[in-house]
Design a protein around this ligand. Sequence first.
Ligand code: S3P
Length: 172
Amino acid sequence: FPVAGMKQNILITGFMGAGKSSVARALAELTGLFAVDTDDLIESLLHCSIKSYFVSHGENAFRRLEQRLANWLASSVDHTIVATGGGFFQVQGLMELGQVCFLNADFDTICRHLHVCAGDQQTVMRPLFQNLEAAKKRFDERLPLYRQNAHHIITVGTQDSMDLARQIQDIL
Ligand code: S3P
């Protein structure tokens, strides 16, 4: 690292509520690179929120949009920080898009970040966090895959976003 010809993006992956968007913004502030967010980019294509898109078109259609976006990033984006949606790590070609940093937060930390409680905005807006048991099951299934599909694993404890961003800057 860095390998010649390799993309110089920094991708932040991890489960919903791990803090990906906040860390991406902190890292942008530190490095002067722009940060984009895959959920925001996908919403820019839709006439609705991701939540309503999930309801009307289903998860598979959303995953196809994520793949389309990954292809666009591969052809068009470099030297950019990319905060990803929680399932984006499953796209084809992820590891070639840049340095993939997995924010490894345990499930309790995630619930704390999302203020998991009935009717809270953070979970209301997340179609795949409507039910705690189902979310935990998805978390457990994904954990080994997040690890496999990453160049770097950042353990999320009690540090704030800026601390985590500094940690990422140090390892890159
Ligand atoms: C998803 C996570 C969401 C969003 C969509 C699907 C997932 O992003 O992309 O609801 O599959 O984990 P956040 O991780 O930003 O909440």
